[in-house]
Design a protein. Sequence first.
Length: 189
Amino acid sequence: MSLLEIIAVALGIVNVALVVRRSLWNYPFGIVMVVLYAHIFFGARLYSDALLQVFFLVVQLYGWVHWHRAAAAAGEVRVERLGPPARLAWLAGVAVATMIWGWAMHHFTDAAFPWWDAGVAILSVAAQLLMSRRFLENWVLWIAVDLLAIGLYAAKDLWLTAGLYAIFLGLAVWGLIDWRGAERRMAIA
């Protein structure tokens, strides 16, 4: 546990709590958090997660713009939902991408847990993209990410980060419940 990890954890909690509340203020906290975690994960040889933070930085900026435009147009950040064919396409894409990325990390790096790390990374990419587009299904993927990540980070002795993902798990469940409620309220209005 380092001071950098402590700061990243605190920023992560604030970031996700603000996402659950559908607040645009989540993005500044998220941007700083991902920069710190890129450094932390690289040092732990979790290369998929380190690269994931670079992706998160780009998507954080994209999401901030997208959410801002959506809030300006609708007066709030509206919740969307994928249709069944889109859900199946996302799941198939995640499965294929995880296999390809895990194989690449296994064969071309000294990654500590290439397949496990790839699963966390690819599911996180999909969840972040869905969150940036305000799709309710992002929370289901974040729940899966959090369950996988808790064990992965504990296995690498990143106990504070494993604890953060346990908190994220609770926040993801809260986010799923809250966004479902928001979706119902929007449908009535």
